[in-house]
Write a protein that binds this ligand. Structure first.
Ligand SMILES: NC(=O)c1ccc[n+]([C@@H]2O[C@H](COP(=O)([O-])OP(=O)(O)OC[C@H]3O[C@@H](n4cnc5c(N)ncnc54)[C@H](O)[C@@H]3O)[C@@H](O)[C@H]2O)c1
Length: 312
């Protein structure tokens, strides 16, 4: 299979490209290398696989199209390039819109022109469902619970874009689906929950498990958003990479659809439960204090297993 991966030097991108190359696929990697730390990922891909990274900003539609034209054909396009932080989106909503919304539109236009048969896999977010304010939440000692959703949330939750990041990701999510409706492109949008694994360069507001682990290991006091009972389901980046390849081998099962993707109920964790785990398994006693919630923070998000049932 022949792939184009945008954001291919990022956390999920490096795991994906490494997996695809191990499976014998061919990959063209595009990234503007703007994310702090990803130069190390680029070096890894170059050293391990002699895999070059084409330095392009997806906001520049002409340059992106030129890459598609030069390197076509493609069987699949994984669009991972993105502005990933809610807090950064609040500081600079215009750049956030350009990268996430316009960048996705540029990818879709390039696919329409140069790779109309390819499966386009876009990375959306559970944030397209807003703060899930209509869901009844109960509070247990170490986590929030949504009693009416014991198996997690499916895609029938109402869309409710909150914050610039939610709006730009939501716009991209809808453009992906609409390009299937209007132009008959093979598109799929993954409403992704939390991912963990190697090659991540976490920050306080993105990559929470990696960030909190690093802070705990360094013995630093942690200032939380909220009280630490927020729950997310965790998915290993290598499992996500396998999902991409399965989808590309069965495009007819997923095209034109959006899916919630995550580790599911069995792999859900709250911040306080992570601290408990670190104490019991790594002997790390975490020092932390509660703080203000981030805007639009969901108390709990866990993806249901609808996609797994569909493709297995
Ligand atoms: N990691 C998660 O838990 C998670 C959860 C939900 C959604 N996502 C989405 O998955 C995608 C990949 O996330 P990630 O965790 O690997 O993030 P990441 O920041 O590690 O990777 C994104 C990559 O895109 C590149 N990039 C940023 N702006 C660009 C631009 N304008 N042009 C070209 N490249 C650009 C960055 O340099 C980086 O290498 C993102 O769209 C993100 O919103 C991730």
């Amino acid at each position: 299979m022949r792939w184009l991966v945008t954001g291919g030097a990022g956390f999920i991108g490096t795991n994906l490209v490494d997996f695809l190359l191990s499976a014998g696929d061919e990959v063209v990697v595009v990234d503007d290398l703007s994310r702090e730390g990803v130069i190390g990922n680029k070096d890894f891909l170059e050293q391990r696989w002699s895999q070059p990274v084409v330095e392009v900003d997806v906001v520049d539609g002409n340059r992106l199209s030129e890459v598609f034209r030069k390197h076509k054909p493609f069987d699949a396009v994984a669009h991972l390039a993105g502005q990933v932080s809610l807090m950064a989106s609040i500081q600079d909503p215009v750049r956030d819109f350009q990268v996430n919304a316009l960048g996705t539109l540029n990818v879709l236009e390039a696919v329409r022109e140069y790779a109309p048969e390819a499966l386009v896999i876009g990375m959306s977010s559970n944030k397209v469902y807003g703060d899930l304010g209509h869901v009844q939440i109960t509070e247990e000692a170490r986590r929030y619970v949504a009693p009416a959703f014991p198996f997690g949330f499916d895609e029938t939750q109402p869309l409710d874009f909150h914050g610039p990041y939610g709006c730009s990701k939501g716009a991209a999510d809808q453009y992906l689906l609409d390009y299937h409706r209007i132009y008959d492109l093979n598109t799929v949008s993954l409403r992704q929950s939390s991912v963990y694994g190697p090659f991540q360069h976490p920050r306080s507001d993105q990559g929470w498990v990696g960030f909190l682990l690093a802070e705990a290991q360094a013995g630093r006091h942690i200032q939380l958003y909220g009280v630490g009972k927020q729950v997310r389901d965790l998915l290993n980046a290598s499992d996500l990479a396998q999902l991409f390849r399965v989808m590309a081998s069965k495009p007819e099962k997923v095209t034109g659809q959006a899916f919630n993707v995550g580790g599911g109920v069995a792999n859900s964790l709250s911040i306080l439960e992570l601290f408990d785990w670190l104490e019991e398994n790594a002997g790390l006693s975490v020092s932390y204090s509660p703080g203000d919630l981030r805007p639009s923070d969901q108390p709990i998000f866990v993806a249901d297993r609808g996609l797994k049932a569909l493709i297995s």
